[in-house]
Design a protein around this ligand. Sequence first.
Ligand code: ZN
Length: 133
Amino acid sequence: MGTNGEKQERERQAALNQALRREVNERRPENGEDAEVVRFVCECSDPVCEELVSLTIDEYEFVRRIPIRLVVRPGHEHHESERVLMEEPGRFLVVEKFGPAGEVVAHLDPRGPTRRRSRGQTGRSRDWHPPPR
Ligand SMILES: [Zn+2]
């Protein structure tokens, strides 16, 4: 029964790969106002997948709002570490990752907690000393 760690490692690798694809999607230029549907790369765990998915900006934002959500082509979901949240038949699936793989993608969220962290604990970071006279 030594294969469990191996499997987890694989899932982690897959999740890393998926987080990378998400980065690619995040860096897509905002298409012009007239572009209602934008093409994004499939964020599935298959390292050689080159499929594209078409989403409206609203749909994409819906996916991105939660760090563990990814968008994949129908059939590209990976049931061992993802649950299907929403299906647009013929277009895309919204999946949520769970377990260790979910932690990986959540941690690498491009819109993630590193930006929100500064709230609350900033008060006393630097003591101010009055200059001696
Ligand atoms: Zn795919």
